[in-house]
Ligand binder design. Structure first.
Ligand SMILES: [Zn+2]
Length: 377
């Protein structure tokens, strides 16, 4: 097993200054409440994640590392130049609601560049050989950001930038694993016609949600052209928990990785599949996140020389999401540390799970797997 002496956690405090303001959970404040709470994608969630890593049981097994600002030329590797300029100009005009749930403020541009740059900094740590794995602890999330469309709190796609950085560094095939509870539609959009980046998104079966998110996240979105067969959605029934997510790793990701033979793994690491998340209807608890972290490590040891880049995505319960991140890191480190779950008690028994995995097995036909294997030859 690749030894991780101290997992680098890249963090840039400038990302905290992206001010999403007050909200009715995630949208315009209610006129009837005397006081509205902070928008759910606020700074507290990331501050708490930083706290739990800094003060919790993995403190001696991690180290904090700096982020940096991305420049616009780097953003244009995965986003249209006109879109990048439009985001900047919108901020210069004072910001505002970009979609029903997605907000910019006047001072958001440097934080957004820091969010993207922190993902790139984590990628550089791994690609330079300074550490086998690195985690970008950042906000806002990025996996809904499409080539030319902001969506779901996301503007610039850090996981896509990390995957692109790996390709630019000469790694031929990159596997993206997205376990945020929402469909990684932005990452899907960016790599949809490519066979050098295989994207797997596990998510609750929420379907399309409007003009900013026309993709459905369903099984029939498989990629197009050269990329046909290189986009794998794993929509999981509402209520799905640890069993479902770990089955997705063992029954869907494992056979694809075996054929694709990735040279790098990039993880879109959200904790909003957690059982207490206000934005998710899934039931994953700390053992599930620990199991996913351990599986990433196993896949990395088998295919990528132990290398993986992890980028923070969603996770909106400021009490539970940090513990779920802690469990993920425990799994990645493989030190046997198992912090007890302070909250979970709901049994893990999803209706409809066997039927969905039967459909997924049908997706992974011999022809489909042969197509993926051809990319590795
Ligand atoms: Zn999410």
């Amino acid at each position: 097993m690749t030894r991780i002496d101290a997992l680098p956690i890249h963090f840039d405090a400038r990302v905290l200054e992206h001010d999403t303001g007050a909200a009715l959970h995630e949208t315009v404040p209610s006129p009837w409440f005397a006081a509205n709470e902070a928008h759910t994608e606020g700074r507290l969630r990331i501050e708490r994640m930083h706290d739990v890593l800094e003060r919790g049981p993995v403190a001696d097994a991690i180290r904090f590392a700096p982020g940096r600002l991305a420049d616009e030329g780097e953003l244009e590797r995965v986003h249209d130049a006109d879109y990048v300029a439009e985001v900047r100009r919108s901020i210069e005009r004072g910001g505002g609601w970009v979609t029903a749930t997605t907000r910019l403020a006047g001072g958001s541009y440097e934080p957004l560049l820091a969010a993207a740059g922190t993902a790139l900094a984590a990628a550089e740590t791994v690609l330079s050989g300074a550490a086998p794995m690195a985690y970008a602890l950042t906000r806002p999330p990025g996996h809904h950001a499409q080539r030319a469309q902001a969506d779901g709190y996301c503007f610039f796609n850090g996981a896509a930038l990390a995957a692109d950085a790996a390709r630019q560094a000469g790694i031929e095939r990159v596997l993206i694993l997205d376990w945020d509870v929402h469909h990684g539609n932005g990452t899907q959009d960016i790599f949809y016609d490519r066979d050098d980046v295989l994207t797997v998104s596990m998510h609750m079966d929420h379907g399309a949600w409007g003009a900013s998110h026309p993709q459905t996240g369903r099984l029939d979105e498989r990629g197009s052209g050269r990329g046909e067969g290189f986009n794998q959605n794993v929509p999981l029934p509402l209520g799905a928990g640890n069993i479902a997510y770990l089955r997705a790793f063992d029954e869907v990701i494992a056979p694809l990785a075996e054929r694709f033979k990735p040279g790098m793994i990039v993880c879109a690491s959200g904790q909003d599949a957690g059982a207490y998340d206000p934005n998710g209807r899934h039931n994953v608890s700390m053992p599930g996140f620990r199991g996913m972290g351990a599986r990433v490590r196993e896949l990395a040891d088998r295919y990528t020389g132990g290398r993986a880049i992890l980028v923070q995505e969603g996770g909106y319960n400021p009490s539970y999401a940090p513990y779920c991140l802690l469990a993920t890191v425990e799994g990645l480190l493989g030190t046997g540390s198992e912090t007890p779950d302070p909250l979970a008690y709901v049994p893990d028994q999803t209706l409809g799970l066997d039927e969905r995995f039967a459909e997924l097995r049908a997706e992974l036909s011999d022809a489909r797997l042969e197509r993926v294997a051809a990319a590795a030859r």
